[in-house]
Design a binder for this molecule. Sequence first.
Ligand SMILES: [Zn+2]
Length: 261
Amino acid sequence: MPGLSVAAGEPLRRVGEALCSLFFPRLCPVCGRALPEGMDLLCPDCLARLPRTGFLPQRGNAMEELFAGVLPLVPDVRLHSAAAFFYYKPGEPYTRLVTDLKYRHRRGLARALVEQMFRECDPRLFLPGGADVVMPVPIHWKKRGRRGYDQSAYIARAVGRRLGIGVRERGVRRVADTPSQTAFSHSRRFDNVAGAFRWETALAESLRGRHLVLVDDVVTSGATVASCVEALCAALSQAPPAGEGRRPVGVSILSLAFSKG
Ligand SMILES: [Zn+2]
């Protein structure tokens, strides 16, 4: 609209949004009721009852214990922190936060959940020394093609924006189009994703001495993230630098949800 200033356009945008919400009210993804004005994630009741893990400021939490047991024990990587915002239990209504983002392309949920997560916990409590780069655990390009997007990339972008650090979406690929982990038992999940990722050696080397935050939507057995970190280690071992250059890559893991089962 030529000549229309930002200040003049703002009221018009608000009127448009108000009209839109009159005919198409935004609904709480958990209970399905209309969201009150000013709320863009959950209705007040569902937000109050969100099954939070409390992991973000808690070192030694259950997710860190899980990853301490499944990540490769090598000098090239060092686990810093791991956390998820809320618990995921299949069949429970809060799983819709994940399934709506994953299958219904409700990308706004990624940003709203990340904003809420860091509103409730100062990022400095999760990452005391800060971090250098955020990367999503990627899905296979065929899956991305079918779905049209990668939900973990949306989450990673929101995390990067909130933490004020860069997001890197290239350089690690999922080379195996594996079936969904939900079809497998706990132990078979590790077989299903073994060898599923490949890192560019130059990227892996550039991460030495830096702190990487790996982002995924849901962590259950930890098998997918562990496979991604194993592939990072494989890339780092391609051309190991001598002496001082052999600094480890610091790794933290952040997901929206954590499933105990
Ligand atoms: Zn609700």
